[in-house]
Design a protein around this ligand. Sequence first.
Ligand code: DHE
Length: 500
Amino acid sequence: MKPCCSFLAIVVLAAMGASARAQTAAPDAAALYQDKCASCHGAERLGAVGPALLPDNLGRLGQKGAEMVIRDGRAATQMPAFGAEIDDAGVKALASFVYGKPAATPRWGRDEIGASRVLTPAPAADRPMFAADPLNLFVVVEGGDHHVTILDGDKFEPITRFASRFALHGGPKFTPDGRYVFFGSRDGWVTKYDLWTLQVVAEARAGINTRNIALSRDARFIAVANYLPNSLVILSAADLSVLKIFDVADRAGQSSRVSAVYQAPDRGSFIAALKDVPEIWEIATQGPATEPLPLRRIAITAPLDDFFFDPGYRHLIGANRDGTQAVVVALSEGREIATIPLPGMPHLGSGISWVRSGQRVIATPHLRDGKISIIDTATWTAIATVPTEGPGFFMRSHENTPYVWTDSFMSKENKDLIQILDKNTLAIVRTLKPAPGKTTAHVEFDRSGRHALVSVWENDGALIVYDAATFAEVKRLPMSKPVGKYNVYNKITFSEGTSH
Ligand code: DHE
């Protein structure tokens, strides 16, 4: 009996040991997070020197992608590889943890924004500290390693390059004199940069998950459109202090994210579309800085995701992600005046406009179909469709060129193509393949319209300068995924061929 009991005891003890080991082997993701991640990404996952790790902020990375980043690190960032310290089960558990919704909706209000603010005033300067034309600079956002290059737009030589916040998104906004530029990051950081002294002068975090920012015409206010929390934040453009926070909701109190906000210079206002409720908001920015920035609501039929304006900002033309039509809203009248069938998911945020045969047209690429739609702004009808080599993302032109440049960024096979169409005949006059097999997208002209700059959208990418008349390559500068480039003059003059 005895040996048998001992044997049983050994078996039971062994089984208990194994089960205890199995229990300790199950990784405690929350503890791992606090141990390995919290110092950079924040104890609440709201971000610190590293980005916020919340499902909405991580969106397109995917859980598998997150596992890879945890294991291997992220090139050209401060994210180290944890593969040697955390086993596979731990990596998986961490990735699933950061994709889990937090128990409570994180708060990001006046106190948090105020506490995040950092001011680093630049020395007094009455002129730029470089010889290049300050109005023909390009601000190049390099998404590969999260840097910004300031480029001389005549010589196409970098003047300086600095580390930006993680994942800048959308076009930077320039003060009317071209001296300051404001950047918005997907993590809600707003950065004010002095282009004369070449330094960051103020930063504040205005949201946790941000869509974009806008600067008022008089350069007094910055509006920040947020997904998380559901807010539209108004900062002072002087020092990024908080002036007002709109908790975004419709008249009935239904809360909403903000799709995007833009300034409407001719109206002296910000215009925002709401993502979850059918309203457009107009916030007047004229009058004393102390006034309460009055809000006007325009009721529409369905929420808008993506929108654009006609020159003069009398009409907004917008679409939702269902992607089959656009609606036109007369802003002063405050009502929808037309619906334009536009199947194939128009990307109206990238729309541009020009005058063709005496008539103003708006052109938009489509995210799903390989085509450009041309819309007549007198009748608000689609008057032509130009087939392209694949669905595109961006379009650009300039007053001094007869051409429009577009990409096939959303195409599987042809994302290395740039196509150039004649503004008058609408014929495709040239197809460029600047870097075979590599994604090529986003064009911006220099101040004169004589050169077009194209991005090779890879981590070991490039900025290619083309002669805009002959389409000959002039120069190729290595860059780390130059997601966007913005010419100071074209932006501050609201060139009809570029984004605003
Ligand atoms: Fe953007 C601009 C929304 C995905 C690169 N993008 C904008 C703007 C909006 C917008 C509202 C205008 C902001 C401004 O200039 O003030 N973008 C969206 C989306 O809804 C979408 C489809 C989904 C999302 O993830 O948010 C989206 N955008 C992307 C990308 O995947 C891109 C290609 C890569 C990236 O960096 O995220 C991308 N968006 C850009 C760029 C601009 C932009 C480069 C500025 C274009 C310009 O020339 O002004």
